[in-house]
Every structure is written in C-alpha cells, then in structure tokens.
Design a protein around this ligand. Sequence first.
Ligand code: AMP
Ligand code: DBH
Length: 547
Amino acid sequence: MSASALTPGVDSPTWPAEFAERYREAGYWRGETFGGVLRARAAAHPDRIALVDPAPERRTWTYRELDERADRLAAGFAARGIGRGDRVVVQLPNTGEFVEVVFALFRIGALPVYALPAHRDTEIGYFCSFTEAVAYVVPDVHAGFDHRALAARVRKEAPGLRHVFVAGDPGEHTALSDVPCDPGQRPLAGPEPHELAFLQLSGGTTGVPKLIPRTHDDYAYSLRGSNEICGVDADTRFLVTLPAAHNFPMSSPGWLGVLHAGGTVVMCPRPDPATAFPLIESERITMTGLVPPLALLWTDAAAGGTGHDLSSLELVLVGGAKYSEQAARRLEPALGCRLMQVFGMAEGLVNYTRLDDDPETAVTTQGRPISPDDEIRIVDDTGTEVPDGAFGHLLTRGPYTIRGYWRAPEHNARSFTQDGYYRTGDIVRRTPTGHLVVEGRAKDQINRGGEKIAPEEVENVILAHPAVHDASVVAVPDPYLGERTLAYVILRQGADPLKAAAVKRFVRERGIAAYKVPDLVEFVDAFPQTGIGKVSKKQLRSSAEQH
Ligand code: AMP
Ligand code: DBH
C-alpha cells in the first residue's frame, strides 16, 4: 500500500487548510503520535505499570515492557509484509494483547479497523473486503465462539486477506505469539501526526456500517481534553469495562487517554458486577465508564451491599445512550463515587458534565463540549437555527470531529453540510450554561443500551429469507435497555407460515452480531405508508410502542 492511504483527504474529506492551521495555532494539534507518546512515557517512567490483564491469571506490563513488546510485534508484522497504510481488522476482547497489537500497528503506520467481539461473518466479511484488509487479528475462542473458524470463512471471501493472527491456540492460522521479532536498528517508517491513525466504527444508519478516519493529532487532542476534564493523571487506575474497541472506553477518557497520562489500565473481561466489583477492590480502581443499562445493574447490585470494598472508585462515566434522570440520581449514593455523564460519538464531538457543575446539572444534562472550538448549531428541519433553549438537530464541527466517513462520498453528502458540519442525527437543546440535553433522535438508528443498530442492516438480513416478502425494523421502548428491536415481517404469498423464533434463528445463522438479532418479531399483512407511498416508520414505531 502506498503512503497515500494514510493521508487525510485521500480516502475521505478532511479539514480545510485554514482550519488545520487554526487548530495547530491554538495548540490543539501538537504533533503527537500514539507510538511516540508511548515511547515518551516509557522513557519518563519505565517501571510504572501501564497495563493489567487480570484473567485468567494476572499479567502486568510496565511502560517499558509495553513499549518494547509493541516494537517487537511491529517488527514481526513488518517482516510479514504489513506496512504503512495497510488496514488490519482487529477483533480482540479486553485483553493485554489488544493494546500490544494496536500500538504495534501504530508503530508501523498500519491502520487498525476496530471490530467488536460481537461481530460475526456479515460485519467482519464487510470490514475485510471494504477496507481491503491485509490481516485480521482474533482470539481463539471467546465467549464460547470460535473466531478461528470465522476467520477461515472470511478468508475465502476476501482474497486480499493475507494473514490471520490468533491470540491463543492458532489452529490453521498464525499464532500472535510467533510474530514478535528483534526490531534491529532499522527504524520503522511510522506515521506522521497529521496522518490517519485508525478506522473507528459508526453505529450507522444505513445497510453497512460506516468507517471513521481519525488522525493522531485530532484524537490525541480529544484524549488530552478528556483527561483534563475527568482529572486523569498518573495515579488514575482505569477499568476497561466496555469493549475496548469502542470509542467511549478508548477515548472518553478511556484506556488510550489513561495511557497518555501515564496511568494504569486494567482490562475487565466481563462487565457484570460479579466480575467487576472484585477487580475494583483488588486493583484499587479509581475510574471507569459504563453504558446506562450497566450503570443501572451496578447501582442495583451495590445498593444491596456488595461485600466488596469499592471505596477506591472516584468517578464513573455514563454515556452511549440516554441515562434517565431517576437512574442518574441513584448512582452516586449507591457506588459512593462521582457521576459524570458523557454524550459522545466516534465521529468526534464529546460532551461531559463537569466535576464542578452543580449536582443537578450532572443528573439532568449530557454535558458540554470538550473544546472551546467545538462549534455547535441546533437547527430546525429547514436548517435554520432555533431560538436559545429550543430543541433542534445537533450539527457540529471542530478540531476532533471528522469532515467525512472513509470512502463514502454519497453518504458524506447527506451526513455533512456544505460547510463541514457533521449532522449527528441527535435532537438536543442547550441550557443557559451551554450544556446539552439529548431529547431524542432524528436518525434511523436504534440505540439498544448504547449498542447502535442500523435497522436497514438487519432488514437486509431478514429479506434474504426465502419466505419473507418485506421487513421493517423499529425500536420498542424498554425499561432496562432504553430500546429493544422489533421486526415487522410480511411473508410472501403462499409461503409456509414462519414462527418468530425461526426468523431470529435465521438472522443469527446468517452471522451477525447477537445484539442486532431482533428481540421481537411480528408478522403483518402490510406496512403503513406515508403520503408518497414509503413505509411509514413513524407509524410502525407508534404501533411498536403498544408492546
Ligand atoms: P456513534 O456515532 O455510533 O459513535 O454513536 C454516537 C451516538 O450515540 C450519538 O450520536 C447519540 O445518538 C448516542 N449517544 C451517545 N452518548 C449519549 C448520551 N449520553 N445520551 C444520549 N445519546 C447518546
Ligand atoms: O456512544 C458513543 O459512541 C460514545 C459515547 C460516549 C462515544 O463515542 C464517546 C463517549 O466517545
């Protein structure tokens, strides 16, 4: 791959030169790369613990060890022909290997494509072929699922995929542990700070997930800004409770933010209280991030008395989906720590409530932007700015918000304004203090407890069933997850009747992340239509609310 794959503007729109200049002058973009930051931390405090992977037996990495292991792994990847700008799909659970692999790829200037452990054939096949990935990194078996078999299937469909690296028993593939080699004296041609660092995933609203190109410079700024707001420093001990590949636990302030500050990152293998609470006690965890359903679960578990000492916990961030005010009020007393709400997106903009906000603000708003240069517009359907305090569509641009998705010109024309604002699809209002309250959503997306689902993606899978004529997927309110999915299905005339369970099984067997399998299936004869004969999702949603 030529170096140009890393250059912003080649595969996706980027900031116009005058904006880039302004962001540099303001000190937001400081010329850091993630590989360089790790090197600097390793030099400054080599023996401090950077990373802890507690399961199945506790392993630790000092900053020096992490730095050296990233170098050796980078050299091994390079020896196998992986180079600058190459895409590598990384699908690893919350383990030390995840961090090693990602830093090794940063060192080469190869672009990690962050898949979630829940992704299956449909998503992984798409990521590998769409990004023309040269390698795919997996665990052997995770949560009872054999990722090696998935890799073998995907490889048949994606001829460009030259390598499958397995953390653990490799089966027919290459063991990740066989890759590292002596880096020698020849320095790797790593990335420049203004170049792309990785492709993050968007929950998306269309049939295929969108890829988000982030640069070292812009992402590092969001990390430093997040660290300052959250009070992250070298004493922070951060538990990665949510999947490490997701933008929230990676960057708000996340494991990458905490490593940037020289703190300690502890990987949590599962997010349930029974796993997390003992780790909080034994690792003296000070901070973590949760989605609202998990925050509820933790609150309930802690309120009943846990038998674990959670007194080290200082701050819990909650975000990814709307956190109800009632639930928010209960968190601090139950967990004995501060609550911070975070409303962010992998595309960029992140809002936090602040530690010095009055207590009501932290439970009733979703925070305000990181940067004074985050530009916010709240507009009506015609694009006109609404009066102060009124609801409207949130548009944003700024020093860490992308100007376009990767290789998606048509979608970009819809998702970004002419002058470069990202249309978030969220309906918000602004309080007099500048905090945003998320009131709803205009985009066709379902938010299942922080896991985003594009209905069209699921509809396409259901439509592949030979007995199905049409399908429409909508959200149903749910007290725990916020929303669940309901698939309305019209069967083909003359087709044998189907059971709901058969539709779910079909979707699962097509190989898609389990959280996208419809929670409910209902058979109907026809869909309600809009005036011009399109399926009226609005009407379907309101009938779904009866469930
Ligand atoms: P993504 O673009 O896939 O990274 O998902 C980001 C989206 O998640 C936002 O545009 C919101 O719709 C939703 N979201 C994230 N945090 C919150 C929050 N605290 N409250 C409500 N919605 C949120
Ligand atoms: O939902 C998200 O994508 C999200 C939530 C909180 C996010 O990307 C973030 C913080 O950075």
